[in-house]
Design a protein around this ligand. Structure first.
Ligand code: AKB
Length: 314
């Protein structure tokens, strides 16, 4: 029987992925865990308080719930990581090492760990960035994601741990707010458009970045984890892509619904991070190997988010 532990379940991705996993595997077979409690919906199912750096605590939960799969989502993101690089390294790498070691020691069936477009850097080809190319990340977050990819592949090659990973672009959902990322402006903009009718963007008008609506991110993750092991040809992390847009383009998409909406630009330190990342991603390996395809373009996503936020009375 599949018994899942989600680490970092109360974050932006975790809150939605955990609910989807509960639908798939059964409410009581998916244990959410985080350092703090999550929203009401998430807390309806099983929950354990866990600091991702606490290996003994993790082992205790794995044994208590007979866990067979771990989704390890806890991480310090790009912008936040630059405030305290030493801590970001410790948390991101230490927690991944704990999970991989536990998977090896307790013979777990499968592990999921997210990587990011932050593995790319200033010398990476910016358009249609290939799966394999120069990777010279210059944020601590990107360095941990690239090291993590190497570590995952190592555990697969040397110890047979069935670890799978995606290089997420900026993830855009509205149900739980993200924290500490460079792509987070693309979530905040929808809240500000409805609440204040205007938004000051910390990136410049023409900074194109790869992005993905949360429903597509959840689908990509579950599709990858459901694929048969032989179809997973890449054990570091797969490029996945959906849409790519600039702040000016997302503002134009919002204006179709809220014509009075105004955007201004005041780039800060996050501009440099955005400038070091690709504009768009080539994900042909994911599409060929396990059939990845996305469903949401920019306008469809805008429509969904504005409708959802209005229903939440934002
Ligand atoms: C961030 O902006 O740090 C993240 C990411 C692209 O991994 N959303």
């Amino acid at each position: 029987m599949t018994r899942v532990l989600v680490i970092g379940a109360c974050g932006q991705l975790g809150s939605e992925l955990t609910l989807a996993l509960r639908k798939l595997h059964g409410e009581n077979n998916v244990i959410a865990s985080d350092i703090r409690e999550g929203n009401i919906e998430l807390m309806k199912g099983p929950f354990e308080t866990l600091n991702a750096m606490d290996k003994e605590g993790m082992v205790r939960i794995v044994k208590k719930h007979n866990i067979t799969q771990i989704y390890h989502l806890a991480a310090v993101l790009s912008a936040k990581g630059e405030e305290n690089p030493g801590f970001a390294w410790e948390l991101n790498m230490g927690s991944l090492s704990n999970v991989l070691e536990i998977a090896k020691e307790y013979n777990l069936d499968k592990i999921y760990w997210p990587s990011s477009i932050a593995v790319f850097g200033p010398n990476t080809p910016v358009d249609n960035t290939p799966q394999q190319c120069i990777m010279d990340p210059n944020t601590v977050y990107g360095i941990t994601k690239q090291s993590g990819e190497r570590w995952c592949e190592y555990y697969f090659n040397h110890y047979g741990v069935d670890v799978r990973s995606l290089r997420y672009p900026g993830l855009i959902g509205y149900k739980t707010l993200p924290g500490g990322g460079t792509t987070d402006y693309a979530v905040d903009i929808y809240y500000k458009a409805l609440q204040e009718g205007e938004f000051e963007c910390f990136l410049s008008a023409n900074s194109a970045l790869p992005m993905m609506y949360m429903d597509d991110a959840v689908k990509a993750t579950i599709d990858l984890m459901q694929a048969t092991p032989n179809d997973i040809k890449i054990r570091s992390s797969y490029n996945v892509s959906a849409i790519s847009f600039t702040p000016a383009e997302i503002a134009a998409s919002i204006k179709k619904h809220l014509p009075e909406f105004k955007i201004t630009y005041k780039p800060d330190f996050r501009q440099k991070i955005a400038d070091s990342w690709p504009n768009s991603i080539n994900d042909s390996a994911a599409r060929t190997d396990w059939g990845w395809h996305h469903q949401f373009d920019l306008d469809k996503m805008t429509e969904e988010i504005l409708k959802g936020l209005k229903n939440m009375k934002i």
